[in-house]
Design a protein around this ligand. Sequence first.
Ligand SMILES: CC(C)(COP(=O)(O)OP(=O)(O)OC[C@H]1O[C@@H](n2cnc3c(N)ncnc32)[C@H](O)[C@@H]1OP(=O)(O)O)[C@@H](O)C(=O)NCCC(=O)NCCS
Length: 150
Amino acid sequence: MLNVTLVEIVRSNFDDVIRLELDEDQEKHLPSNIFSIAESTLSPLFNPRAICLDDKVVGFLMYQFGERGDFDEDECTIWRFMVDRAHQGNRIGTTAMGLLLTEIKAHGLCTLIDIYYDPKNLAARKLYRNFGFIETGIRDDGDVIAELRF
Ligand SMILES: CC(C)(COP(=O)(O)OP(=O)(O)OC[C@H]1O[C@@H](n2cnc3c(N)ncnc32)[C@H](O)[C@@H]1OP(=O)(O)O)[C@@H](O)C(=O)NCCC(=O)NCCS
């Protein structure tokens, strides 16, 4: 069993998170982690997390609950999900997604989780499907919309 944990971004892991790398052809799938961490300061509804394997930072993710009073207030969107290129294919993404869904559900704030991805992104597509995300549409930018209701 992998010792994977989701950890808040703090001064001591910030450098490691922004140094994580993707393969060149994967970089189009999400903005840089430093951009995402900057974006996360704009609203307390953003939740950025380091994905750690033992004590080492190996990935990054960010999710956001809907604004209270908005049409999507019972939704949570997973905006970012990445594993460093050197650690991909070792089930860290799968383990981290399991922890993430448990964490989101534990807040008790939403009944629907959504996620968007390039339909050609086979690893992401497989990973989300494995957790029961159902593809429900296509966004204007061509990304697939997938949803998990619980
Ligand atoms: C998507 C990503 C997070 C998966 O992380 P990972 O730790 O490599 O994933 P896992 O090892 O847990 O594998 C997850 C599933 O994807 C499959 N998979 C992994 N790499 C794959 C690839 N290159 N092509 C097809 N399937 C792949 C695995 O077989 C596994 O499915 P299975 O359990 O049915 O066998 C990782 O590839 C990544 O960071 N990609 C770049 C960033 C990105 O695209 N993020 C998503 C943006 S929406």
